[in-house]
Design a protein around this ligand. Structure first.
Ligand code: APR
Ligand code: ZN
Length: 235
């Protein structure tokens, strides 16, 4: 399958704008009525008629070239996220390194979920070399604290969250490579933007139970990554 060019990807999500509003493009801070603030190699010229576009779903408007520049700065997976409202166009993927996700039921209840057993998820990611999609391509990365064990109640909602976490894993969105805010170490595997509970029977770290809002928070965080309850249905 031949890949689309960045221009083709961006165009797919845009509607035409005949007369740009008298506002600034919030990517480059230059007026939408004038040229994009992006210059230099890799910025291909556009006709005046195509210089501004409206994102089809959320309606936010930007210079076409600014959106292309933003896309090129990301991991170029065919998806685009509106920088204003975070609406996702296409399927967002991340740069989680290779590894394994497993889960099983354990016959114990979590604090706050006395009526059900629990799900234990085990993530295992070995250290390795960073790829082109990582902050320092070619440089090694470390992986601390693996296997990492995480817990969910084995309730209807807990199982729903598990299904969506499996989707997030496939889309490489559970972990990333960067600087750990806990240890300060750089070029290491870190949790991405979806919170996990890593403590079973206690809550010494703040990443344990009980936490009545946890499952709803995770569903919200998954939604921000473009993963919704519809994704759990496709298996
Ligand atoms: N358990 C679950 N989530 C955590 C933990 C933890 N022990 N520590 C931090 N987080 C959450 C943070 O709240 C933040 O949202 O992960 C996110 C990223 O934090 P970092 O410290 O940058 O992530 P990382 O270095 O991957 O995690 C630190 O988590 O699972 C443990 O073994 C791991 O000790 C390590 C710790
Ligand atoms: Zn712009």
């Amino acid at each position: 399958r031949k890949g689309k060019t960045p221009e083709e990807v961006v165009k797919k999500y845009l509607q035409k704008v005949k007369s740009p509003p008298e506002e600034d493009c919030t990517i480059c801070m230059e007026p939408l009525g004038g040229p994009s603030g992006y210059k230099g190699p890799g910025v291909t010229p556009v006709s005046r008629a195509e210089s501004v576009g409206r994102l089809a779903q959320c309606g936010h408007q930007y210079h076409f070239q600014c959106l292309v520049a933003m896309y090129n700065n990301g991991n170029k997976d065919g998806s685009l996220q509106c920088p204003t409202c975070k609406t996702i166009y296409g399927v967002k993927t991340g740069n989680q390194p290779a590894g394994k996700m497993e889960y099983h039921i354990i016959p114990h209840s979590l604090p706050g979920h006395p009526d059900c057993k629990s799900i234990r998820i085990i993530y295992n990611i070995p250290p390795g070399l960073q790829g082109p999609e990582h902050p320092n391509p070619g440089k090694p990365f470390t992986a601390r604290g693996f296997p990492r064990h995480c817990y969910l109640p084995d309730s209807e909602k807990g199982r729903k969250v598990l299904k969506l976490l499996l989707v997030a894993w496939d889309r490489r969105l559970i972990f990333s490579i960067g600087t750990s805010s806990t240890t300060g170490e750089s070029d290491t595997v870190i949790w991405n933007e979806v919170h996990h509970k890593t403590e079973f029977g206690s809550n010494l770290t703040g990443h344990g139970f009980p936490d009545p809002g946890h499952l709803n928070n995770v569903l919200e965080e998954l939604r921000a990554q473009g993963i919704t309850e519809d994704d759990g249905l496709m298996e």
